[in-house]
Design a protein around this ligand. Structure first.
Ligand code: EPU
Length: 334
């Protein structure tokens, strides 16, 4: 008798509580978890498929009347060596990969220590922390293309990585990120591109990771204590004239980062704007603005998505009134 392997798990009416880091208690009609990418060929048979990793950038405002599709976090050949680096399954937990790489001597992602979510979702969102974005080390990405109903690879230019942006996000829902090939170094060199990490003790890669985790969790809510979506808003990019106006009106405003483009623009700190608008540490019922980092909205106890959306709207309003700057959410509202 031939061996039969279950490569797909289906759950009817699952709770999504553990599939969104905000900890919002909603349900989906169905959850399909695939362990073998070949199963994705059936995706169009599933009702309103929604791709989800660990839901670290998602805020659900209602039950999801459709099918939540996930790549299983565990599968055979999760991480494989490939030419010049590693080939990684999209469902793998990103922080587990960071830890694995340090143990095996593959370097480049250390500064993403502690970033929640999966590798695939990280690529969609081009997650970043402390001067490193995952897109920096991506060589190519294997996708299931729902438009063409086939699997193919996109090289790094085709991924069009930008600040918390990529072709996978721009063409939302078209691609499922299946595997990612990463170009990684074999010699540890701490990445010091971000001011706050310059003073950290350098030592080994494992010590560097510990220092980054300590820094991260001194600013952000620990996921096991309070739900959140990490930074709720993106840092806004403003034109040079607007930037100069803000700098002259608000001398204490942190310096912006110049971004290359057709015209000169500056990425400025949303945390500072929200903080100055008086929102840091404030609570509105069951949601609040994190006392150590104004960019983070958190679940202060069994909140619902509409409360998060309402708080975000008030913050956007006040920042617009005070500074004339529009904040865009980094989190995705469903
Ligand atoms: N600041 C305030 N008030 C606050 C917090 C910060 O005035 O409450 C000021 C700080 O003094 C600093 C500036 O704002 O001058 C920037 O703050 P910080 O260095 O903490 O970084 P951030 O811009 O708030 C970004 C990412 C984070 C990432 C950190 C570290 C975005 C939207 N956020 O935050 O990413 O971890 O840098 O690299 O780009 C995420 O995307 O979910 C995320 C956590």
């Amino acid at each position: 008798m031939g061996r039969y392997r279950v490569r797909m798990k289906i759950v009817e009416n699952p709770s999504l509580l553990t599939y969104n880091t905000f900890g919002i208690d909603v349900k989906a009609r169905r959850l399909v978890e695939v362990e073998d990418a070949a199963e994705l060929c059936r995706i169009e048979e599933w009702e309103h498929p929604l791709l989800l990793g660990r839901g670290s950038d998602m805020v659900f405002t209602a039950d999801y009347e459709g099918t939540v599709v996930r790549l299983a976090e565990e599968c055979e050949g999760k991480v494989k060596e490939c030419d010049g680096g590693l080939s990684v399954w999209g469902g793998m937990v990103l922080d587990e990969l960071v830890e694995h790489n340090i143990a095996e001597g593959y370097y480049g992602l250390e500064n993403l220590s502690g970033v929640p979510g999966t590798v695939g979702a990280g690529v969609v969102q081009n997650v970043g922390a402390y001067g490193v974005e995952i897109g920096d080390v991506v060589q190519r990405v294997e996708v299931y293309d729902r438009q063409q109903c086939d699997f193919h690879w996109l090289n790094r230019e085709e991924c069009r990585f930008g600040y918390r942006n990529s072709v996978f996000k721009q063409q939302g829902g078209r691609y499922v990120v299946v595997r990612v090939e990463l170009r990684l170094g074999r010699k540890f060199e701490p990445c010091l591109r971000y001011r706050a990490v310059e003073a950290l003790p350098r030592g080994t890669a494992a010590e560097w990771r510990e220092a980054l985790l300590a820094l991260r969790w001194s600013k952000l809510p620990k996921p096991e204590e309070y739900g959140s979506a990490g930074s709720f808003f993106k840092n806004p990019v403003v034109g040079a004239a607007k930037y100069e106006e803000l700098r002259s009106r608000f001398e204490a405003m942190p310096e912006g980062h110049r971004v290359d483009g057709i015209e000169v623009a500056y990425k400025i700190s949303a945390a500072w704007l929200i903080d100055q608008a008086g929102w840091k540490g404030r609570k509105m019922g069951r949601v609040g603005v994190w006392p150590q980092q104004a960019l983070v909205l958190y679940n202060a106890g069994h909140c619902v998505g509409s409360e998060v959306v309402a708080l975000a709207a008030m913050i956007r309003h006040d920042v617009r009134e005070k500074f004339g700057v529009e904040l865009e959410p980094e989190a995705i509202i469903i």
